[in-house]
Design a protein around this ligand. Structure first.
Ligand SMILES: Cc1cc2nc3c(=O)[nH]c(=O)nc-3n(C[C@H](O)[C@H](O)[C@H](O)COP(=O)(O)OP(=O)(O)OC[C@H]3O[C@@H](n4cnc5c(N)ncnc54)[C@H](O)[C@@H]3O)c2cc1C
Length: 415
């Protein structure tokens, strides 16, 4: 029996990064009418490189964006660890550094956000520079007021507004109930490529801290990434960038290698990104007509390397389940969670281990790691170790299935 097209339901999506535009793409194809509201005045294009692996690659293929993602690959060749004086301790190819497998993709987060936005902007209404102020649900829909003063009504609302989700706060309550801090902070910004790196990343580790500078294909500047684990949790306003720059400078104040110079770059950076490394853990991702997606529902932290893949898979699954349930949001939200949750939890567990490795706390442990980095390329079991890292990452990257939903009769076909 051929299913008929789902009734044209209106869906408000909060957040135009990765999850939001990807969901808008699939909803539009299934005959829904999505509107995306983004707090930033324009598309946010900052960020580090992100991986697209495992089943998320298939989602990109089905969205028709895989070729463009590949054309904009970071094309990283590998990386090295340096000591306090900047001497190379050891080098590794990209496969070992990133657990990369044949066919995996890596792209700058901002490039991916732009590709998804371009893919959807003609079919989807985007509202930049605004945010949901209140949500009031009744039996048939949700009345929404916006900070700009506007009022509208939607059938469903999706919070795709990241780890610090405003939608989650409005509907589920205080952020602290759902985020589990993993003891570290991350900062990323762009600066001149004064080390002259070419598709290469350079790491420097000190107790509780890791710094990384790299430059990817087609980039004239370098990206700078810092992870640090202070003795106690920091208290700061996540909208106060000046305060965050001070926290980073304090954490790396006595840093060796290029750190004094990198901290001067941080002070001038226009795209400074700072956040705690945390997991979002919730018993349920939906309440009534409101559902969470991507980092808002289940942030696996940047340490997992899977946040973007999970956001893409979640968007595909949520839209597919809504279409399969003929728009019955209760059945669809429950099925979306059943499909996603085991894979999400597996990736979150992996992230916890990675954070500890990034912020090794003792000098002797760092010395041991440097010894391994130096000797690994010459050891006969080099390939075995590379395989072990790759297998763990690949298993997690395949943990969420790509369910076959099929397009209902009358659905819009891909452009
Ligand atoms: C600027 C930026 C840089 C990032 N850099 C990295 C990185 O280098 N490495 C990494 O692993 N991950 C990074 N991330 C996170 C990464 O994009 C996510 O982990 C992952 O891609 C899942 O995406 P998401 O769409 O669920 O959430 P996010 O990418 O966090 O996107 C959430 C979106 O919601 C918007 N938003 C927030 N509040 C509101 C509101 N009240 N109303 C409307 N919109 C709102 C935000 O501006 C943002 O566009 C970055 C995110 C951003 C926004």
């Amino acid at each position: 029996m051929t299913r008929t097209a789902a009734p044209a339901k209106t869906v408000l999506i909060s957040g135009a990064s990765i999850a939001g535009p990807a969901l808008a793409y699939w909803l539009h194809r299934y005959g829904f009418v999505p509107t995306v509201v983004e707090r930033a005045p324009v598309l946010r294009t900052g960020g580090y490189k992100v991986d697209i692996r495992g089943t998320a690659i298939e989602v990109c293929r089905r969205m028709g964006v895989l070729d463009e993602i590949r054309a904009r690959s970071t094309d990283m060749r590998g990386g090295s660890y340096v000591d306090d004086e900047g001497r190379t301790v050891g080098e590794m190819p990209a496969e070992i550094f990133g657990g990369r497998a044949e066919g995996d993709d890596e792209i700058m987060r901002g490039e991916l956000a732009r590709i998804l936005y371009e893919r959807t902007r003609e079919d989807v209404e985007y509202v930049f520079g605004d945010s949901v102020a209140t949500l009031a649900e009744d039996a048939d829909g949700v009345d929404v007021t916006f900070e700009s003063g506007g009022r509208r009504r939607f059938d469903l609302v999706v919070g795709a507004d990241g780890m610090h989700s405003h939608t989650r706060r409005l509907v589920f309550g205080d952020e602290r109930r759902f985020t589990r801090h993993l003891g570290a902070y991350i900062s990323i910004f762009t600066a001149p490529n004064h080390l002259g790196l070419d598709r290469w990343e350079t790491y420097h580790a000190s107790p509780g801290r890791l710094a990384c500078v790299y430059s990817s294909a087609g980039e004239t500047d370098a990206k700078n990434l810092f992870v640090f684990a202070p003795a106690a949790e920091l208290s700061y306003d996540h909208r106060d960038v000046a305060a965050q720059k001070r926290l980073l400078a304090d954490a790396f104040a006595d840093g060796r290698w290029e750190l004094p110079r990198l901290m001067r770059h941080a002070a001038d950076a226009g795209d400074f990104y700072f956040d705690s490394v945390a997991l979002v853990e919730m018993d349920r991702w939906s309440k009534g007509r409101v559902v969470l997606l991507g980092d808002a529902a289940h942030c696996a932290s940047p340490a997992s390397g899977q946040g973007t893949g999970l956001a893409l898979l979640g968007a595909y699954t949520l839209a597919g389940e809504l279409a399969a349930a003929g728009g019955d949001h209760r059945a669809a939200f429950a099925a979306y969670e059943r499909v996603m949750r085991p894979g999400v939890e597996r990736n979150q567990r992996m992230a916890e281990g990675f954070v500890k490795e990034m912020t090794v706390d003792r000098r002797w442990k760092i010395a041991l790691r440097m010894f391994m980095v130096r000797t690994l390329p010459r050891t006969p079991w080099r390939n075995l170790i590379a395989k072990k890292i790759r297998d763990e990452i690949q298993a997690a990257a395949h943990a969420v299935p790509v369910t076959e939903y099929g397009l209902p009769a009358g659905a819009r076909t891909a452009a």
